[in-house]
Write a protein that binds this ligand. Sequence first.
Ligand code: PA5
Length: 434
Amino acid sequence: MKKIKVEIDKTLGVITQEQVYAQAKQAEAANLALEQKTGKGSDFLGWVPLPSSITSADLADIQATADKLRATCEVVVVVGIGGSYLGAKAVIEALSGSFDVLENKKPVVVYAGHNIGEDYLYELSGYLKNKKFGIINISKSGTTTEPALAFRILKKQLEEAAGKAEAKERIVAITDKARGALRTLADKEGYKTYVIPDDVGGRFSVLTPVGLLPVAVAGIDIKQLVEGAVSMEKATSSDVPFAENLAAIYAATRNELYKSGKKIEILANFNPKLHYVSEWWKQLYGESEGKEHKGIFTASVDLTTDLHSMGQWIQEGERSIFETVISVAQPDHHVEVPEDEQDLDGLNFLAGRRVDHVNKMAELGTQQAHVDGGVPNIRIEVPELNANYVGQLLYFFERACGISGYLLGVNPFDQPGVEAYKKNMFKLLNKPGY
Ligand code: PA5
């Protein structure tokens, strides 16, 4: 298997190679601190050696549960928010057919508990009516309002439709080993459960059962996903020198750009299947680094789609941005532009060329235009979209995030700021104790 690549040459001009390499020692020390648990937030570093510690028995157990849900359910609802759903959704969208849902490929995976939309829940209940459905309920704390609310409604619907005994067979809970309301409920009801390790935070949990079970339910090869992550764990470990360590290079480059006044990083893709990889990435970096009134603001665009909406701003708006592009080298399928007798659209000059060739030229043209317009560009090349490379990409971003947070000087593994809205909301709802 090849490896994903990181290219930083199109940032040079705004920053220099010397500036990036001047951070080598600090980045290497940060990476070592992740492995030796000597930095900030060291209680939450279980994700660092996670890929290589997953055993075949772990994978077989997750696969068996997934197979049971696949055999018994037409629809599986993944209930969770933030780090408890974005990783699974990112992998499933990246590796599924764009129209699988419309073709009703079984089981259909849908999501709940990631919003408090009354209409969303009403419409979901309507969709699930008269369908055999199961639920994977994911909450590390077991106390988060959004998933708890959705689960309460869905559990009632499932028990009324299928009976309590059958419902129990179709519900899986993924939560803390001992704490939280979901653990208490799961033990009382006798659900099959998986544990989210104490030392793995939500946004770093995609390679635990949090991500692996929904991904396996969607029919994706979790063994290959984990193998990709294991290979990236090795490729980014602290004994790999800075110049060859793509996680350290990416972390150092984005921090140098930040210091030079580039406060916003836009993750761009030229493949619509990567939309939710960007959503997952925004949470990973935004929640890890946005603290102490510091941190790069993480944004994303899908291209070429958003060149027709945000393209103007990126080209000529305030010069406080840099762009990181994920480029997939090879598409899965082959579509050529056909010859047309009338050529009214004037596209015959492309006849016989692959659509992906047009996309690649759009990517190159965009890179040149943005770099010329003062937007430094980091390019991440993924050889193709398969489970192995997606596993590599996820772990690469996690590892780089840990290094980057340490270079910035924050604790990348806490999220004190997310409590503020909760306190206000509970007070407004008259929750006892608030
Ligand atoms: O990364 C995080 O820690 C958060 O985004 C959580 O994943 C999110 O708030 C959901 O929390 P929980 O899994 O406890 O319900």
